[in-house]
Design a protein around this ligand. Structure first.
Ligand SMILES: [Zn+2]
Length: 143
């Protein structure tokens, strides 16, 4: 038997599941997009003749005479790093969906606001924890 209260609860819950499904689709689309970009970047780096295993410090040895290629490859590596970072967050968000912990702040355990998840579906922290973490990061405190 449904009384008005359980019915409302079921409707709200169904909407949440729908929202989460939409966010999952967005995350999966984002993931495919990032993976495509990362493989494109990898191709660019190969085209510049740089061995990705030797990214730190060794770039100049490979193409010492071409400063613009060094700058370009450094730019690509930076972008690739950023993309990999987002990709990790996207993958972790998808894992949390599978585990049923999606939308729960990984630091304080409170629910992350739906508007925040809709803006950034891969976030792992609520807005207040995020700002604390960013402040710590800016100060160079190890997480
Ligand atoms: Zn939090």
């Amino acid at each position: 038997m449904h009384n008005a209260q359980t019915l409302r609860w079921e409707i709200r819950n169904a909407m949440d599941a729908k929202t989460q499904q939409q966010l999952r689709e967005r995350l999966e689309a984002r993931k495919a997009e990032i993976e495509r970009d990362v493989s494109y970047m990898a191709g660019e780096i190969r085209a510049l003749g740089i061995d990705q295993d030797q990214e730190n410090g060794a770039l100049g040895n490979h193409i010492a005479d071409d400063g613009s290629s060094v700058a370009e490859s450094e730019r690509i590596l930076t972008v690739t790093d950023d993309l990999q970072g987002i990709l990790n967050q996207v993958n972790e968000a998808l894992e949390r969906m599978d585990e049923g912990t999606y939308g729960i702040c990984q630091r304080c355990g409170r629910e992350i606001a739906t508007e925040r998840l809709e803006a950034f579906p891969y976030v792992a922290y609520c807005i207040s924890c995020q700002s604390v973490l960013e402040r710590e990061q800016a100060l160079g405190v190890e997480a």
